[in-house]
Design a protein around this ligand. Structure first.
Ligand code: COA
Length: 432
């Protein structure tokens, strides 16, 4: 049977397709902007047929109705990255968070979290019957390969990204055609503090560097401050609109990359339609699973790799918490540690943790003597390198714990420095 006939035979409605999911199943959903929202809606409409269906995914951009109160008898969410729509369910104990480096998440499905079904979102098939996973290959490709049941939403608005992004029609169990706009994340409106942080980051970036940019407002702000650089390259877990803008402006050329020269390497894409149009069928961007893109030894093959990520709290030792507030999980490790370690392996590499010195409207210092009780250490003190706030830049690597604390206090907001100096004296039995 040719792939076209197979495609026709597998065509069904979302309502019928989700009946393949049985009580007690574990399913994965492609995440972020690639969430197959039409299939998720059908899953919700069929909720009464389900009991204890475990839903696994990373970045939640959709409504996540299955994680809301009242759904406990039908669904249980196992988050490998937490976001605003799923925080409460994890906090209340109706869901779980599974800590795992992004580079290792795709292999979870072959180890501790084998799937019964994968819900994916793809572009229409090409002449050979291959559909592109478009905006999210990261764990979606492995999920589709491991799960015995693969339900695909085929959407003509899903960009056809190139690289290791393809799933053949023969690997799908059920195919649902449904065109709908993809989920979008608007670029943040930047504050003066974020602009100052971005300016400090830009001072460490040289022409020809290869960039990784993390999640949150700061990495986006950094992109806007790079307009006067030349021949930057990208090897990054994630890209947002700012990368397309810099590529169109001729700042990002990938020309000086020594590894995958001439092309961006990414594992997922999250932004607006402008970005999705840019990545469609674009040979200057290749998308691969996170097992490849985020593997520190792969990413570290790029000379001059600069990783830029953000955080919530840093203690005097240089321990970086990017995931919890008062011990409550609010995001996840994602690829932060993967890329901090990749930058350490890279010849000429630098890792940057950049963050505003305060939080909660300026009432809390993010630089603290001790992390909150129950805080997750995302980047350890052994891995941390550059730390940046709006007040400056510090390189903590290979510095003593006392030196680190002194350097960090200089980066704190002035209104907290006296209290931090007192804490320094108590902690280290030394004058500041
Ligand atoms: N105490 C109390 N509240 C805090 C806080 C602290 N120490 N730090 C931050 N907050 C509050 C902020 O005030 C803000 O509140 P608001 O929404 O009411 O304004 C909220 O928490 C979010 O903080 P913010 O720093 O604005 O978040 P962000 O969107 O810039 O994202 C991270 C920052 C750290 C959450 C994000 O970068 C992340 O998830 N990192 C981990 C994963 C990662 O780095 N991946 C990299 C590869 S993609």
């Amino acid at each position: 049977m040719g792939w076209k006939e197979e495609y026709r035979k597998k065509l069904t409605t979302a309502e019928e397709a989700v009946k393949l999911i049985k009580p007690g199943d574990r399913i994965s959903i492609s995440h972020a902007a690639a969430e197959p929202t039409h299939l998720v809606d059908a899953l919700m409409a069929n909720k009464d047929a389900y009991h204890n269906v475990e839903i696994v995914h990373m970045v939640p951009m959709g409504t996540c109705a299955y994680a809301r109160p009242g759904m406990e008898n039908h669904f249980r969410h196992n988050a490998i990255f937490v976001g605003a729509p799923t925080r409460e369910t994890i906090k209340n104990g109706h869901g779980d968070y599974t800590p795992c480096h992004f580079s290792q998440i795709p292999n979870l499905f072959y180890r501790t979290l084998p799937l019964n079904a994968a819900l994916i979102h793809v572009s229409p098939p090409d002449a050979h019957g291959f559909c592109s996973l478009g905006l999210s290959v990261d764990y979606s490709k492995h999920a589709a390969a491991q799960a015995p049941v693969v339900i695909a939403q085929v959407n003509r608005l899903m960009p056809r990204t190139l690289g290791d992004s393809f799933v053949h029609v023969s690997a799908m169990t059920a195919i649902v055609e449904h065109d709908a706009p993809l989920l979008e994340l608007a670029p943040p409106v930047l504050t003066e503090v974020e602009k100052a942080i971005a300016h400090n980051c830009a001072s460490l970036i040289n022409d020809g560097d290869c960039m990784q940019l993390g999640i949150g407002a700061i990495p986006d702000a950094v992109l806007l401050s790079l307009m006067d650089k030349n021949d930057l390259g990208i090897h990054s877990e994630l890209i947002s609109d700012g990368v397309a803008d810099l590529a169109k402006a001729g700042v990002i050329t990938h020309k000086r990359k020594n590894f995958h020269q001439g092309t961006a390497i990414v594992t997922f894409i999250m932004g607006t339609k402008k970005l999705y149009d840019y990545v469609d069928n674009n040979p200057s961007l290749n998308i691969y699973p996170a097992t490849y893109v985020n593997d520190p030894y792969v990413a570290g093959k790029n000379d001059n790799l600069v990783s830029i990520n953000s955080c919530l709290q840093v203690d005097f030792l240089g321990q970086v918490c990017a995931e919890t507030i008062n011990g409550v999980q609010i995001s996840g490790v994602g690829g932060q540690t993967d890329f901090v370690r990749a930058a350490a392996i890279s010849k000429g590499g630098r890792s940057i943790i950049a963050f505003p010195s305060t939080a909660a409207g300026g009432s809390i210092s993010r630089i603290v003597p001790f992390l909150d009780p129950g805080a997750a250490v995302t980047t350890s003190r052994n891995d941390v390198e550059y730390v940046i706030t709006e007040y400056g830049v510090a390189n903590l690597r290979y510095r003593t714990t006392r030196d680190r604390a002194r350097m960090l206090i200089e980066l704190a907001h002035p209104k907290f420095r006296d209290a931090l100096k007192e804490a320094f004296k108590r902690r280290f039995n030394t004058a500041f």
